[in-house]
Design a protein around this ligand. Structure first.
Ligand SMILES: [Zn+2]
Length: 358
């Protein structure tokens, strides 16, 4: 059976700044449905706004309303079906310059707004340093992401946490990454992990369930450390919120919550570019090898996730696309499976597997 492409997104009705969560469905039209939204747009009528990847924004040229989403696979499917989607109206130079200035200002202001709110913005500007911004932003996004996942319980079984600390310390030794990286595990069946600004990582317990060996889990952590090294989360969030804020400005209402929702969505579906994923994979293979683990473990877990992925579900949480291709490349980087003692012993690994047990 052919499945219709779907994605999760946010709908703005053009009258207020309220963000409506919706599911986008591509049939012979683009259907948006959500708790309080049921909209259908003709494909030839759709035009895309200027946004920075991975965010896409589009709406009908003959009507009101816009939808934003981050799923690049869905975006590609849509672009293939909409003849006018990326037809550009040539803007006047002054208009273009204003847009650029707006984008720059919006990117900075979005972050500051999310952290401090508009009134305190000016007075807070002076003492800010980047590390502070990152840490505070990471905290805000951490909360937002968890609330978007329906606030899954934090898994903090003592021996399991000790094993996780041991595993990450082994990977991070001599890695050059800053101290103070915080990894939290939450009970959620989706096999995934997210890196947030400020050295934070959220691991969903479904990922631990999917891994067969400590080296496989280490490989996924190492991949996330690779994103940290490259500052991918921060870059992705700035791109996403900068444009969201622009939309709020156009609509004429500035609300911090719109930006926070966008921040959370960007972190959740963080569709990093193919290059960013490849770089993080290569980093991970090396990091696991340097720690004395099985460098082919990344390929093993990627192959399993690719195989198990439920293709009927919307690609909502599949934050790391191109799984099959990535598995193939990381396997060739790693070479054959290595016989190692494993990065944790059997007792430590069992405790880590049980980190969500009380
Ligand atoms: Zn990734």
């Amino acid at each position: 059976m052919m499945l219709l492409p779907t994605a999760r997104g946010t709908y703005f009705d053009g009258n207020s700044a309220k963000a409506h969560p919706v599911i986008l469905r591509l049939s012979d039209r683009l259907e948006l449905s959500g708790p309080d939204v049921a909209v259908c747009w003709d494909l030839p009528d759709l035009v895309a706004g200027e946004t920075a990847a991975p965010l896409s924004r589009l709406g009908p040229k003959s009507g009101r309303g816009q939808v934003e989403f981050l799923d690049q696979v869905f975006g590609a499917a849509l672009a293939a079906r909409c003849p006018d989607l990326h037809r550009r109206v040539v803007a006047e130079r002054s208009g273009r310059l204003r847009l650029v200035l707006w984008s720059v200002a919006a990117s900075g202001a979005a972050i500051l707004m999310a952290l401090y709110g508009v009134p305190a913005l000016a007075s807070r500007l002076a003492p800010l340093v980047p590390a502070v911004i990152e840490a505070r932003l990471g905290e805000a996004v951490d909360r937002q992401v968890l609330s978007m996942l329906d606030s899954p319980a934090r898994c903090d079984q003592r021996d399991g946490v000790a094993s996780l600390d041991r595993l990450s310390a082994r990977l991070l030794r001599d890695s050059g990454l800053p101290d103070g990286i915080q990894i939290s595990v939450h009970a959620h069946r989706t096999p995934n992990a997210f890196t947030l600004p400020g050295g934070r990582m959220i691991v969903l317990s479904g990922l631990i369930d999917q891994t067969d060996t400590p080296d496989e889990l280490a490989a996924v952590l190492a991949h996330e450390f690779g994103h940290m090294v490259a500052h991918d989360p921060m870059r992705g969030l700035i791109a996403a919120t900068g444009t969201s804020l622009l939309l709020s400005m156009v609509i004429g209402d500035l609300t911090g919550s719109t930006v926070l929702i966008a921040l959370g969505q960007a972190a959740l579906s963080a569709g990093y570019s193919r290059d960013a994923e490849s770089a993080a994979d290569a980093f991970a293979v090396n990091m696991v090898r340097n720690a004395g683990g099985d460098a082919s473990a990344l390929a093993a877990i990627l192959e399993r996730i690719d195989h198990d992925e439920d293709r009927s579900s919307p690609a909502v949480l599949r934050s790391h696309p191109f799984t099959r291709e990535r598995a193939r490349i990381s396997r060739s980087l790693a070479g054959p499976k290595q016989t190692t003692t494993g990065l944790l012993n059997a007792r430590e690994w069992a405790a880590l597997k049980d980190i969500c047990e009380d």
